[in-house]
Ligand binder design. Sequence first.
Ligand SMILES: C[S@@+](CC[C@H](N)C(=O)[O-])C[C@H]1O[C@@H](n2cnc3c(N)ncnc32)[C@H](O)[C@@H]1O
Length: 210
Amino acid sequence: MDAADWNARYDTAELIWKGDPNQFLPAEVAELPVGTALDLACGEGRNAVWLATRGWRVTGVDFAEVGLAKAARLASDHGVEGTWITADATEWTPPAEGFDLVIIFYLQLPAAELARALRTAVAALAPGGTLLLVAHDLLNLTEGVGGPQDAAVLTTAEAVVDGLAAAELALGCELVIERSGRLERVVTTPEGDRTALDTIVRARRMDAGV
Ligand SMILES: C[S@@+](CC[C@H](N)C(=O)[O-])C[C@H]1O[C@@H](n2cnc3c(N)ncnc32)[C@H](O)[C@@H]1O
C-alpha cells in the first residue's frame, strides 16, 4: 500500500486500532529510562501517544498525513504532545542527535524496502539506545490469523536481524541483539479467539557514535 492507500484507509472518524498501545510495548520498554523516542511508521499514533503519557518525548514519522493528523488529535485527547513528521521511512534522514528509543510496529514492506527502513531506524538511534520492532510474521500467513496475506511483506526475526547487520555495516555502528523471535497474540474474531504470530526483535546500540 502506498501513502495514498493509507491516507484513504485512515480517512474515517474512528481510530482503526483504537487508542491503546500494542500489547507488547509496555513490557518491552518497562526497564528503559525515559528519554526521546521515535515511532517510525506511527500511523494513528497509539504507541507514540502511550509513550508520551509515560514521559517520553516522542516523534512520530509516517508517510500518511491523514494518520498523523489523527495521531496529533489522539495526543491532544491525552493531554500530551508529539512531533509529527510526514516522511517515507525508507528515505528519511533522522536528526543527528539520535533517539533513546526507536520503535517500528507493523511496518510491512518488501524485504529491500524494510532493509532501508531498518537503516533509517539504526541511524536514528543514540549510542545506548534501544530499537524495538514488532511485525506480522511470515508464519502468520499459514498458521496465524489476520494481517497482510501477501508473503512478500511478511517477515521473520532472522530477516530483521540480517537487515540490522547490514545497517550496522553501512553505518559503522554496533548493535547487540537483546531479543529476537516470534510472539503469539490472541485475536478475537467472529469465530472465537485465534492466535496471530508476530516477529519481535529488540536491539541496543553499543558504540559511541557513527
Ligand atoms: C499497519 S500500520 C501500523 C501503524 C502503527 N505503527 C501501529 O502499530 O499502530 C502501518 C503504517 O506504516 C505506514 N507506512 C507504510 N509504508 C511506509 C513508508 N515507506 N514510510 C512511512 N510510513 C509507512 C502506513 O502509513 C501505516 O501508518
